[in-house]
Design a binder for this molecule. Structure first.
Ligand code: SAM
Length: 224
């Protein structure tokens, strides 16, 4: 039976690709890639010469029916994003939903995703958590923060470096400066860093240096 495979790719360190990910990427008929240049470099590194097709936020609505048709006609397809697991703050959901609707089998390989190592290493409870991903940048942001402030589970955010200070200042206002927080930067890369403390302490720390790289923020939930 042909399938849709969701294949996680490294979030920095290429050693984090799995043996199965390499095999599946070699075996499928086509790889759908968010950015064919980024994925092209990864494929080259692992000696994979499978054909790629662009699949991103701007063409997915148009492409999805064509892809389901290809799978139904017998082709195996793999979806990858630029880094990490497709569908996690990346395209993937729409294709999965439509494949399932069409009776196509969907399999997601386990593999890299940025929030899991950040959450587990945070020292903040990781048994129950809410994954928020990126907060809305403008409209709805305050409403969302007010709602999140009431959640008793650990909160997990993705954030860009140039918005980190703003986010920490808002967290201080909405969640309280004394809540525990952990900010992980550049996970699996050379300059990997995790800063833990209260929101006030971590805000002070990042105000003293230029913030660079990719970021995951983990915040303690509301005290019960
Ligand atoms: N699909 C990816 C995943 O499974 O984690 C997430 C893609 S999302 C477009 C990109 C965001 O993930 C970045 O802005 C950052 O918040 C987070 N991220 C990705 N790689 C990271 C890394 N090496 N260290 C810290 N955060 C990372």
């Amino acid at each position: 039976m042909p399938k849709l495979y969701l294949v996680p790719t490294p979030i920095g360190n290429l050693e984090d690709i799995t043996l199965r990910a390499i095999r599946i990427l070699k075996e499928v008929n086509i790889i759908l890639a968010e950015d064919t240049r980024t994925t092209g470099n990864l494929l080259k590194h692992f000696g994979i010469d499978t054909r790629m097709m662009a699949h991103h936020l701007f063409n997915e609505h148009h492409e999805v029916p064509l892809i389901t048709d290809r799978i139904i006609s017998g082709e195996n397809v793999a979806l990858v994003s630029d880094a990490g697991t497709p569908g996690i703050s990346d395209p993937g959901f729409l294709l999965v939903r439509e494949c399932l609707k069409a009776g196509i089998e969907v399999e997601c390989l386990p593999g890299p995703t940025a929030f899991v190592p950040a959450l587990v290493a945070s020292g903040i409870p990781c048994d129950c958590f809410h994954f928020e991903g990126f907060l809305p940048q403008k409209k709805g942001r305050q409403t969302r923060l007010k709602l999140l402030a009431e959640i008793a589970h650990t909160l997990v955010f993705y954030e860009s470096p140039h918005r980190l200070i703003k986010a920490l200042e808002e967290f201080s206002v909405y969640f309280g400066a004394e809540r525990k927080i952990s900010v992980s930067r550049e996970l699996t890369k050379i300059y990997e860093e995790t800063k833990r403390g209260t929101i006030a302490e971590v805000l002070e720390y990042f105000k003293r240096k230029p913030v660079k790289g990719e970021i995951v923020i983990v915040v303690e939930g509301r005290k019960k």
